[in-house]
Design a protein around this ligand. Sequence first.
Ligand code: 3H9
Length: 686
Amino acid sequence: MPEVHYETQDGIAVITVENPPVNALGQAVRAGLAEAFDRFAADGAAQVAVLMGAGRLFLGGADITEFGKAPLAPSLPDVIAGIEASPKPVLAAIHGAALGGGLEVALGCHWRIAAPGTRLGLPEVSLGILPGAGGTQRTPRLIGLEAAGRMIASGKPIRAEEAVESGLIDRLAGGDLRAAALAFAAELKGEAPRRTRDLPAPQGDLSDLRAATAAKTPGQIAPVTALDAVMASTRLPFDDGIAEERRLFRHLLDTPQRAGLIHAFFTDRAVAKVPGLDAAPRAIDHVGVVGGGTMGAGIATACLLAGLRVTLVERNAEGLDRARATIDGNLDTAVQRGKLTADKRAGLAPAFATEMDALAEADIAIEAVFEAMDVKREVFATLDRVCKPGAVLATNTSYLDVNEIAVATDRPADVVGLHFFSPAHVMKLLEVVVTDATAPDVTATGFALAKRLGKIAVRAGVCDGFIGNRILSAYRAAADRMVLDGASPYAIDAAIRDFGFPMGPYQVSDLAGLDIGFMTRERLKAEGAPQGRRATFADALYHAGRLGRKTGKGYYNYTADKRGAEDPEVERIVAESRTGPARALDADEITRRYMAAMVNEAARVVAEGIAARPLDVDAVLLHGYGFPRWKGGPMHWADAQGLDTILADIERFAAEEPDFWQPAPLLRDLAREGGAFADLNRKDTA
Ligand code: 3H9
């Protein structure tokens, strides 16, 4: 049960919020705070109050699980107004983090002291809302309009060291925070409260920041609306500014973007809780990487950045030189981007070897060699021979059958797929591909490694493409069909960007290289996979040497414009590859087809157990494929549209091309029962 403790010491009331894990400001905490400050007002023995958080941080903000439900009194703005109105001084003593409503509580206190390294921030826009408990009015009064605007529109926390310079906090605590706070409070005895609301209204204008924010966060409502609330502080008296903030906050609370972003927040945390998996991970300290191409070097970089010991094996000295150069480049870029200090960078390097025996003591070996089954099987047979008992043997394949790779060893229970996304030291997603034989503690080790690397791991079953690439190939096939039917690739890219993806599918092709898609089509043909209508225009571009960015031309022409210009030559090649008359498809129709294909295949992936829950699909598309976070992922988005709407679309498309557009049974059943994908998340995580 959440508790707000009250104790007095030497004329100082110490009020401590204890609501693990993050001291969220749910109804019980708000009521407890109001009661504690009433008690302080009436307590003749207490001249000053110190407000603290128990556990690892001060206050983590409003209780996000209450959003979307009926509001419960007392409201956070009222509780904060009560604290600020206290006739006796109140000091916030902050450690760990003060976020969102947590920082707003601190701003309602009269003074603030923080432990070094504490993070202070107003991250509400990342949840689709704005600081709704006075943050947009008090922050600019304390630190100025521009600094407050930047902090609120970005949602990024700042460190206490920076906060003390800007005036957001008054002091850094040396040593023990409680002792430092009590000493500060003793100085404040008899002082008149210093209320943020009484500071002069800030002056200035945020039009430039608003324009820059709108350009940086296209499609999102919260960041610019938050700036509108901050601007209100310049023209309205404090109480009217608070009322305006409240109005805008309530408006955002009701938007689908808020629902999508909060779904994404909880999804990021829920994916690690794999239903039925409770094994402890194996210890990982020493990582072996086999293969030093872009992928292997990226994996090695990610492990080095996480402080792991790395040994990288390549076939020969040239291979090692290439790997070394790539890793050096990755680390140098990390320094340039401020992600790594030059000092730390100097100590980071893998051990290099040309013999697999060098992996004898590795706790995990991650293979990232050429994507061919015979090559992989040979590597795994060798790993089986050289690696110590208990080592995890992982493959980074993006589509090959991991079951088949596993049986190249005499220890298939130790084999798992770890599908990194390129660049592996940057991309957040890791698919942990579990075979028929993978031991639970090996799966758990994949998740533990991901956490260590700062990545989001998602459990996936074995199939061609696992979760992400399998769904990608379905929506990409829908896009290709639209091109064959009459849509221009540029119109498709534009519609998909408008939906919120950073790039359309043909821009992605240009980035990846058209040879990749061509090779996949050839492979599937050789494997006898059902072909359907082939993207003949993509073959024609490939044969014309238009392989994408790397050759200067693909779907777009990069020779004059680095961002890529539309090219009439491509329109001609596409038109020539059509077998029937071109028909018009508008942006709405394009988006409907693209999304229906994505959701339909995702439903199959869930029904087959390739993804354990719909939320696992959402996490994969959000972190690996650029799905707009404020739409929550394809399954959340589909629920928000109504599954009956998606089903009706698929049935309409099926009337034209039944081979391709068969409704997934899970989608059809849920739509007919009036159910939602979210119901399956709840059932499996209960
Ligand atoms: C706000 O304040 C609005 C106001 O302006 C206006 C109000 C009127 N509520 O992340 P972790 C759960 S908006 C409920 O793994 P960490 C989380 O789901 C809020 N639950 O820990 C997880 O649950 P589980 C502004 C929350 O140490 C568990 O706590 N605040 C909340 O890696 C542990 O979380 C924010 O946006 C919450 N506010 O990181 C801060 N926060 O164990 C959001 C967490 O069942 N929170 N949970 O999976 C964070 O950024 C991180 O949780 C934090 C700790 C940095 C605090």
